[in-house]
Design a protein around this ligand. Structure first.
Ligand code: FAD
Ligand code: MLT
Ligand code: ZN
Length: 468
């Protein structure tokens, strides 16, 4: 009998320690189905005290812990390695909204709360929680905080880090740190909260958070514009920001090939233009005055862009249903890519002004090194964040292409580095980019990160093999 697992059962209840293969399988394979790990079991606590008790047991028995939320991460951060020594600690039972403070404009939630449920709880209280991403129906706020997730609202509201005021964390020693402060100002020493945000479960387990709420916009409008180049898209961004300021809440770039893939795998999703165009931008405007005010702003932007030859076509969604179908085109790119087969993903950022040059130069380098590769380039242009994904040439088998992954990564990431960019803008490093990052971060920076890890988790039980 496994003494460690028996003690875990005494903490969370026997039915919350999963060991049968059929029960643990969904927790051991990543969302893209690229990797399957092994674990002693999956443990599902229901409170911070239970998490703390489990982590104490992990210390005592020297068992590594892999925290997991919705398991939608894209960098192999939420699944264990193949040694079978770790447990997966699933936070999904901890999904309560603990409090809403409408004067302080904050919501306090447990880490396993699904993002969409959190958005709904905020909306029911007459507020907006602006974090939004394609996986929102299954990712959790604990995972969003741990990856410092981005998504489509960053342009106006910032990354998850900027939406968080306080945290409750179980330390690698099994203590509960109550940092659930709803303060907008608090300069009392090192910022521990920001250390745990984006740490991908390597420094502790987030069990709850205090998050910022915002007023709901009076009107939200969506438009799709067609243009020739990413540089035209940048000119449109500048024009829209100049005219709309903070009302411009979304600005997403999609190439023609991305939308062809969506249409191929989801034929019910159609582009609203008679002719296709090399690039598209999805714009979202959120207005605190009225629908008419928002429409006037949006029409002015589109008219100016058409007159100046920046875009050659545009549609404005006339209803919520139309707006949703435009967003569905964008959100289905990842799913269409998964349907198409294997591809090599990149989640990069460069200074916004250099995006056009980056795409042009890197496309040429890739075609030279890997002729015929097909580029699936889309992303959060307003944040300088591109999903610069590479699919195999038409005639090449997926697996043969994936064997070249390291070489493809090197071309793309070296180019990102030359453009003073980042090789992970919003998805994190996980196990996937752990080696890769060493090529680009200085020794000083790596040493400082290792020092922090050593100080907080000297036993190295928190999500080993991820980030460092
Ligand atoms: P998981 O995948 O379970 O875990 C992610 C990491 O966080 C792991 O390292 C895990 O160990 C750690 N972790 C999880 N919970 C905790 C916790 N409570 N305490 C400590 N560590 C924890 N990401 C974006 O940034 N922007 C996007 O636009 C976006 N779109 C996506 C669209 C699709 C279709 C998919 C599949 C993914 C997308 N992602 C996006 C990636 C993913 O959804 C995010 O990284 C998300 O934040 C992960 O949340 P999760 O709950 O699924 O975390
Ligand atoms: C997105 O913006 O859709 C995501 O980050 C997912 C992806 O990169 O595929
Ligand atoms: Zn993204």
């Amino acid at each position: 009998m496994n003494k460690f697992l028996n003690e875990c059962r005494a903490v969370v209840g026997a039915e919350q320690v999963l060991t049968a293969e059929a029960d643990t399988a969904p927790y051991l394979t990543d969302w893209r189905r690229r990797f399957t790990g092994k674990a002693q079991g999956v443990v599902r606590p229901a409170s911070a005290d239970e998490v703390a008790a489990i982590v104490k047991l992990c210390n005592q028995f020297q068992v590594p812990v892999v925290p997991q939320g919705g398991n939608t991460g894209l960098v192999l951060g939420s699944v264990p390695d193949t040694s079978g020594s770790a447990i997966v600690l699933s936070l999904t039972r901890m999904n309560r909204v603990r409090a809403i403070d409408l004067i302080n404009n904050t919501i306090t939630v447990e880490a396993g709360c699904i993002l969409q449920n959190l958005q709904t709880a905020a909306a029911e209280a007459g507020r907006l929680f602006p974090l939004s991403l394609g996986a929102e129906g299954s990712c959790t706020i604990g995972g969003n905080l741990s990856t410092n997730a981005g998504g489509t609202g960053v342009l106006r509201y910032g990354n998850t880090r900027e939406l968080c005021l306080g945290l409750e964390v179980v330390t690698p020693q099994g203590e509960v740190w109550n940092g659930l402060r709803g303060l907008r100002k608090d300069n009392t020493g090192y910022d521990l909260r920001d250390l745990f945000i984006g740490a991908e479960g390597t420094l502790g387990i987030i069990t709850a958070a205090v998050l910022k709420l915002f007023p709901q916009p009076k009107a939200q409008l969506t438009a799709l514009a067609a243009m020739r180049t990413p540089d035209d898209a940048l000119t449109l961004l500048n024009l829209a920001q100049g005219r709309c300021g903070a009302a411009l809440t979304g600005f997403e770039l999609m190439s023609e090939f991305c939308l062809q893939l969506v249409n191929k795998h989801f034929p019910q999703m159609q582009l609203p233009f008679p002719q296709s165009s090399p690039q598209y931008v999805l714009l979202e405007l959120s207005d605190s005055e009225s629908e008419e005010h928002a429409m006037a702003m949006l029409e002015a932007v589109i008219t100016a862009a058409l007159e100046e030859g920046v875009i050659h076509d545009a549609v404005v969604a006339g209803s919520i249903a139309q707006s949703k179908s435009l967003w569905h085109l964008r959100e289905h790119i990842t799913l269409a890519q998964a349907e198409e087969g294997k591809n090599i993903k990149h989640d990069v950022s460069v200074p916004i002004s250099r995006i056009g040059d980056f795409i042009r130069e890197t496309d040429i380098l890739l075609q030279k090194a890997f002729p015929g590769t097909r580029m699936v380039t889309f992303g959060h242009l307003g944040d300088g964040n591109l999903h610069y994904n590479v699919s195999p040439p038409e005639a090449m088998a997926d697996d043969a292409f994936i064997e070249q992954q390291d070489a493809v990564n090197q071309v793309v990431h070296d180019s990102v580095h030359r453009f003073s960019g980042s090789i992970s803008a919003e998805h994190g490093l996980g196990a996937l980019k752990r080696e890769e990052i060493r090529r680009y971060k200085s020794e000083v920076e790596m040493r400082l990160m290792e020092t922090i890890k050593q100080a907080l988790d000297p036993m190295k039980i928190m999500n080993p093999g991820k980030i460092l």
